[in-house]
Design a protein around this ligand. Structure first.
Ligand SMILES: [Zn+2]
Length: 128
């Protein structure tokens, strides 16, 4: 497939849009991962260590998918990229996974990770 340009469309670095750049090194993706200075693969270890949850890989995959989706929205539909739209897409996908794909034993922990303990406390109270 031939494209007019292979330059990253999400930042001003004029870097070739490779997978490592798009998902890890791009300033836009770093903002989406909420990091600015960590070396690329340390981002994943940091997510794994800080969250300490068994579904950290789902978080990584869904954030990468959200970055890809924002990139495609900009490339094909001229929807300006924003960190907020990327995080919104991530939350929507995580919600879908929690509600329809996750084992029930993990779904509550995933919701807690997404919304924090206070949301889960309210959610648990409503179930009683
Ligand atoms: Zn970039």
């Amino acid at each position: 497939m031939y494209l007019d340009t292979y330059t990253c469309v999400l930042c001003i670095l004029q870097e070739k849009e490779t997978m490592p750049h798009l998902f890890l090194r791009c300033n836009f993706s770093k903002a989406c991962w909420s990091t600015s200075s960590r070396p690329p693969f340390r981002i994943f270890n940091s997510i794994k260590d800080k969250l300490n949850v068994p579904f950290y890989m789902e978080i990584i995959i869904l954030m990468a998918r959200s970055i890809w989706s924002v990139r495609n929205d900009w490339t094909f539909q001229q929807c300006p990229p924003s960190v907020q739209s990327c995080k919104r897409k991530f939350m929507e996908k995580m919600n879908t996974v929690c509600l329809h794909r996750a084992k029930s034993s993990l779904a509550l922990a995933m919701m807690e990770c997404l919304y924090g303990y206070s949301f889960i406390a309210v959610f648990r109270r409503t179930l009683r």
